[in-house]
Design a protein around this ligand. Sequence first.
Ligand code: ADP
Length: 690
Amino acid sequence: MLSTSCLSGRSKASVEATRRTRDAKRAESLYRVILITLLRNYRVRSSKCATLGEPSGQGVEHLFLSDVMGRKALIVVGGLLALVLLPTLAWNGLVQQGNVSAFDMLLRLSPARPGSARESVVLLAIDDETVRRYGPLPLNRAIVAEALEHIAIAEPRVLVVDVLLSERTRKQDDASLSSALSRFPKVVLAVALEATQDNKQPQWITPLPEFQSRAFALGHVHFEPDRDGLARTLLLTKANADNRYWALAFEAFRAALGTQGPPTEDAKELKVESRLVPAPDSNGRLLWIHYNGPEGTFRRISLASVLDGHAPASSFAGKIVILGVTAQGAGDRVYTPFSSGLGMSGIEIHANIFSTLFDGAYLSPLSSPLEFLSLIAVAALVGAAAWWRQGKLLAPAAITGVTLTPVLSYWMLRAGIIVPVASWLVIEVAASLVGFLAQTRFIRHRLSEAIEGRQDYAFRLQAVAHEIKTPLTAIHLSSQLITEPAVPEHKKEEIAQRIHKEAGRLSGVVTTFLDVERISAGVLKLQKRPVDLSSLVADAIERARLLALKKSIGIEQDLEPEVIAADAELLQFAIYNLLVNAVKYSPDGSSIRITLRSDGQAACLAVADQGCGIESSEQQRIFERFYRSKRHRDDPTGGSGVGLALVKEIVTQHGGRIEVESKAGQGSTFRVFLPREAIHENKTTSSANR
Ligand code: ADP
């Protein structure tokens, strides 16, 4: 205090000047700090592909397919694709073949079941050795009878004969066989449907009456090969117009369970004793054969070795004995999922059917609705992976899906459920491909967004620099001038005041720019209060007058008093921008006229100049961010093309609008309309607040 009071008027002014020079320097370093901060911010945001200045303020990191296509459109397109593509992809012949081939492969991979049926069954084979030693085929019935007599001693549980005994041979041979059959407690004999020559009803070929009289049951021996010729299923019952027979292995199953009467049937299953066999009537009582393994899985004894005493009768004790021909020349072979080159012998297949029934190892494919649902679920899972977290999960999900599908299918098969492996895989691959394509499209979109964002931000940066630089230059020059000894004291005082004013303006520009940024991002709410519009405009005119003076441009004003609810800072920023443009784009010595009128609804501010004007094709474009008219694009005085966009933004935020009327070479008039009624609401709010 003391030291200050001791200073003379002159040295007081020079101390003041030094202080202001220091302020100017501070302001300059503040400018640098802001630029550096913005630059840093720019790097971070552009690396995140920020869409700076988007009205929603949302970064691209939140953008995904839904933003590219529209969420609803995506759901509709996805749904339609699923409806059209799923059936086409999943149910065409090729994929269906893939499904059964996958089933075969998984079945081959499954280990043989340790169920009781495998230990209970013995195949008595009329094999190549038997044919070589006791042949030819059909084998003499007396020889077969001799072997059966031999094993009957051991009391097998059931004898199943997979040989058609429909034709007569020598009387004593037939009699020996009939007598041998009578030694077994339960005999199941084979019947077959034979197509008649006149193409009428197929007829059953049944055993001779003397054999039938020994039989517990007669069973058909037909398998149902698929289109690829492999026997995976059989019909448990087959009928012509006269008679219906159960399958040979099914009858063996009934005999093994000791049942007497026929099975109880309902729509979904058959009941034998307490056992339920899932074989719906709707598909003709179809049974999937759960093969235990390849040929040779079941114990097999050659008829020849029984005859020559090598096979002890005890091997047949309590067993289900299936007698049939396995000799290769006999042709009684069918291809199965386990066949490679040579088909499987009939008795081995019957043994597999018997073990499916006896072990209760039933297989059932997914029902059609369930299969469809499973396909939708697979497609939906892949779709969800493509949707979530910008599709980062898509590749892992696709790989996991394709790897897990066979594993899951294997375990489901072991639980008795046949799944459409190929259909699942096809849908997974197709859905992943669609996802990847959509991703590519999305990435391209994101890239162009990023590039736009980058350009956008670069322009903005220029705008900030431009807005800050003008007052800064004034401060810089004035602070130099003030230290000149030649400058009179009263001028120094004036210059110091100018420096002070420009420094204040500088900080105002920065604040305003940041506010506009936040308004664009929807973050900042306007700080509305009753504002005397005429004095606000007058203030802006005063600021612009200095610039106008340099170009000897006269400014006329005709302002009616008008009070509206507005954010004074932002509105002044907007009006000042219009005035600066009018000066900037007008020739020396011209004049600018500013009027403020009110029409009851809105206050209208008009800024009319006699400048270069704007081509009609560009009159709307000048309000776009960074748009500069062709005439001024290479203007050395510079400009960023952002000012009018910000003016429009501010006016719009105030509920108003901006228009331009211009003729190239004759000047332009910018009109800003601001609603008046807001003031009344605002007054109410203000008094309420008080
Ligand atoms: P800047 O002036 O920094 O280029 P603006 O957004 O304020 O950015 O203006 C956009 C463009 O509109 C300018 O480049 C100029 O071509 C044109 N423009 C604006 N105001 C006028 C005016 N009063 N007279 C003629 N052209 C103008």
